[in-house]
Design a binder for this molecule. Structure first.
Ligand code: PMP
Length: 398
């Protein structure tokens, strides 16, 4: 039965990791990853997570099944992060939140539910976007198209083109928006532009689906929720996927959530009953550990403060790497203006390096980046930044 099975295309980023692992050069650097490393090049175990895990281990709780939608303590904590403490959207009962298997799992449950809700819709994602967005919505059965987003000339957002496209969409279209720290470009909308996007969604009757994978990595928990808050105060109905992979450094625990803002508590009850059917036939109910840790951290004032401080530390370190890279490129005599790297937010930057330059970085220096020129600033550290800056300088100077 497997004789005619074709080999599926390799995931480009995982392929990069394999090539990096096989590289024997001691000075090699992997800028292709989507993971936060600390200054020692390690994935951190946050102190707040460690404390919550220690307490849990000591309590040795039994491991029964969880509710299909995950525990209320976790789901309420997620709503607090997204909508703000004591927000009306949370207290009114009109918002459904379910625990999901990472941000990817949240997008998948959301996509499958949307396919039942609006089967004839088209889904629009930014050009470019996180590569799994297209695959996820296509595998749920939707046609997926792009809306203009990145502007290579300004290294920012071509907002006029984006808005013109959104203005032309059919009512009922689903638009996937990166809530902050756009992956892969690092270019985000301004607060005023978010207000305009919300207005277009209302006028055209679009269904917004916010992807929040990096809350806290741009400015802070509340500041990074600007898109969620703008939609919240609009009275519109919308979807939000949350990921805690990066913000809690819990990648492999698969901790995320899907929130759906409906018009009333009664509507939310019906929507939840349908979303539970989607979950039940996928994985039945979520695993316990990661969600329990996140809920414990968020519901303890001390641990929450500790976590926010650690998250702030990760954010500041990435910012320092952005500034450091720009300064060192200048010091290496690069005439080209790289200051856009400082303006971009989150883990990534679209550097403008060409596929050929990326190839040279790999071949001559053992520095791995995505062929689009995307680099992960969180993979730079005080030991490798000088080497990377020198290499990029040589490559761009030709
Ligand atoms: N959305 C975006 C924009 C992402 O960058 C990522 C992670 N790379 C995800 C969703 C998925 O997050 P998770 O690893 O929690 O599934």
């Amino acid at each position: 039965i497997f004789a005619a099975v074709e080999m599926a295309p390799r995931d480009p980023i995982l392929g990069l990791n394999e090539a990096f692992a096989a590289d024997t050069r001691a000075e090699k650097v992997n800028l292709g990853v989507g993971v936060y490393y600390d200054d020692n090049g390690k994935i951190p175990l946050l102190a707040a997570v460690r404390a919550a895990e220690k307490a849990r281990l000591e309590a040795m709780p039994p491991r029964g099944y969880q509710p299909i939608e995950g525990p209320a303590a976790y789901n309420n904590a997620v709503q607090g992060l997204l909508f703000g403490k004591d927000s009306q959207l949370a207290t009114s009962g009109q918002t459904v939140t379910i625990e999901a298997l990472g941000g990817t799992g949240a997008l998948k449950v959301g996509a499958d539910y949307l396919k039942r809700l609006v089967p004839g819709a088209t889904v629009y994602i930014s050009d470019p976007s996180w590569e799994n967005h297209r695959a996820l919505f296509e595998s749920a059965g939707f046609p997926v198209e792009n809306y203009p987003y990145y502007d290579a000339a300004s290294r920012g957002v071509n907002f006029a083109a984006m808005k013109a496209k959104l203005d032309s969409l059919q009512p009922g279209s689903v638009i996937v928006l990166h809530a902050c720290c756009h992956n892969p470009t690092g270019a985000d909308l301004s607060d005023a532009q978010w207000d305009e996007v919300v207005a277009v969604c209302r006028e055209r009757g679009l269904i917004p689906f916010l992807d929040m994978a990096y809350q806290g990595f741009a400015e802070g928990i509340d500041a990074d929720a600007v898109a969620v808050r703008a939609l919240s105060s609009s009275g519109l109905q919308f979807f939000v996927s949350s990921s805690f992979s990066k913000s809690f450094s819990l990648y492999g625990e698969r901790v995320g959530a899907l929130s759906i803002v409906t018009a009333s508590k009664e509507e939310a009850g019906r929507v939840l009953s349908q979303v539970k059917r989607v979950i039940r036939t996928n994985y039945s109910n979520p695993p316990i550990h990661g969600g329990a840790i996140v809920a414990a951290v968020l519901s303890s004032p001390e641990l929450r403060q500790m976590w926010e401080d650690e998250l702030g530390g990760m954010r500041e370190r990435i910012r320092a790497m952005r500034t450091g890279l720009v300064d060192q490129l200048k010091a290496e005599g690069v005439a080209q203006d790289f200051s856009f790297v400082i303006k971009q937010r989150g883990m990534f930057s679209y550097t403008g390096l060409t596929a050929a330059q990326v190839e040279t970085l790999k071949a001559d220096f053992g520095i791995y980046a995505v062929s689009t020129g995307r680099i992960c600033l969180a993979a730079l550290n005080s030991k490798n930044i000088g080497y990377v800056a020198k290499a990029i300088a040589q490559v761009v100077k030709g």
